[in-house]
Design a protein. Structure first.
Length: 450
């Protein structure tokens, strides 16, 4: 029999639901809050109806927790339960995926849907949510237009993941977003995936900028000294040259084609400077203002090989890094002596691991200095909008252009399988169609003439 206890403006209904294996009683509770303006008699009638329905649900085995839980409450439990601890064997999701979930939930999903009970979320709920995100003004950065379809699809996937988690926790019977019947309308053609990359000429310009001093002309300008006295500075030329550390970084990034986090995570133990083998089995991520070490994106390791031009620069940088550790003395935050190879290859000035955001700023700086001081016109520039990830695409395009098969390219880049490589770089492989036609024509021409 349900019992009722008044608590302020609401009522707490309690129902006994049997006993656990240890003999303790299972108690289920629910809260009834009368609607504003209800008379005492109306409140009494509505409370009685609520009590009867709640007791029926409990006795029939229906899940009352899921009935009362909001999406916001579920998201808090989900994020806490799935927070990564840094162990690939134990973590359900990576730290970067977890942070992406949290960001989407905080920025968009919870403000719009957090109040909803999880058992009331159905496919139409998501359709309405998607429609809202496509409207002008939905972006948090204030830019016109709605969100991209990929962002909207990712949000829907997160909501579905939360409901699947609720099923696993016994809060829901099914995930309605998965089991909803859909009318088949035929599959749309997949939109072609386009990537940005450097041409051979642009790549050569970038390498030139890594290797050569660049004269930077400073215009005449006024200056103020420490005493507040103004003086004139004549036009002058300053010779700028990239440090050895950054030469090593970008040479390795280009010739290996690895991801930024993988490059930053490398230690000297991972590189064989004699054979050129580079072991890539971990990555670095920057999440919520903290640096984390994690597995690679596919949780697989690979060992590409770099040519002598790269190992030569790395040998010079390692020698310079050792000298830094001696000169800094007690200020050095890395390893010394026999354990020196445990140091990260790419470091800050005190020996600590390089910050994940540093390569972006340095990459942009190199391109800006080259374009402003070396390039003669727009056609001879390095693309100003390029990102470091374009070096990875550049490495792939060069390998494919020189007839390396998809499976081998996938192994070098660290893709889960060759299908991923074919999907991302389909454009490059399609350019081989003309080559295939020429081969067929040549072979058949020989046959017909013999």
């Amino acid at each position: 029999m349900a019992s009722v206890r008044k608590r302020g403006n609401s009522y707490q209904i309690t129902v006994s639901n049997g006993r656990r294996a240890d003999g303790t009683q299972i108690i289920e509770t629910a809260t009834f809050t009368p609607e504003p303006g209800m008379t005492p008699k109306q409140t009494e009638k509505a409370l009685e109806q609520f009590k009867i329905e709640f007791e029926r649900e409990v006795k029939s085995g229906q899940n009352v927790k899921g009935r009362r839980m909001t999406l916001k409450q579920l998201s808090e439990i989900f994020l806490e339960d799935n927070r990564p601890v840094g162990d690939p064997e134990e973590d359900a999701i990576s730290i970067t995926t977890w942070a992406s979930y949290k960001n989407s939930l905080t920025l968009r999903i919870i403000p719009r849907m957090g109040h909803m009970k999880i058992n009331s979320i159905v496919p139409k709920t998501l359709k309405d949510y998607c429609r809202e995100l496509r409207q002008d003004g939905a972006r948090s950065d204030g830019k016109p237009g709605g969100l991209s379809e990929s962002t909207i699809a990712r949000d829907c996937s997160i909501i579905s993941s939360l409901l699947s988690y609720a099923v696993g926790e016994g809060l829901l019977t099914i995930n309605p977003l998965i089991y909803a019947g859909k009318q088949s309308k035929g599959r749309k053609a997949r939109k072609e995936y386009k990537v940005d990359y450097f041409t051979i000429e642009q790549t050569q310009r970038f390498l030139w900028a890594l290797d050569n001093p660049i004269p930077i002309r400073h215009r005449a300008h006024g200056q103020v000294d420490d005493t507040g006295k103004a003086y004139h500075v004549r036009e002058y030329v300053q010779l700028w040259k990239l440090s050895l550390k950054w030469r090593a970084y970008f040479y390795l990034a280009l010739f290996v084609g690895d991801r930024r986090g993988e490059n930053i995570a490398l230690t000297w133990e991972d590189i064989n400077l004699e054979t050129g083998e580079v072991r890539i089995d971990k990555s670095t991520a920057y999440v919520e203002r903290e640096i984390f070490q994690k597995g690679t994106k596919t949780y697989k390791s690979r060992t590409p090989i770099v040519p002598p031009v790269v190992t030569g620069i790395l040998k010079q940088w390692k020698s310079e890094q050792k000298q830094m550790s001696l000169e800094l003395g007690s200020y050095w935050r890395g390893y010394r002596g026999k354990e020196f190879d445990k140091n990260f290859v790419f470091i800050q000035n005190n020996g600590k691991q390089m910050h994940p955001s540093s390569p972006y700023h340095q990459f942009k700086r190199i391109i800006r200095i080259y374009n402003e001081n070396v390039a003669e016109d727009e056609a001879s520039m390095i693309p100003p909008g390029a990102t470091q990830h374009d070096l990875r695409h550049t490495a792939a395009s060069i390998l494919i252009a020189n007839n390396m098969d998809p499976r081998s390219v996938a192994g070098i880049l660290g893709h889960a399988n060759a299908a991923t490589t074919l999907n991302i770089y389909s454009y490059f492989f399609e350019t081989k169609n003309k080559e295939a036609a020429d081969i067929m024509a040549s072979a058949l021409a020989k046959t017909s003439s013999s």
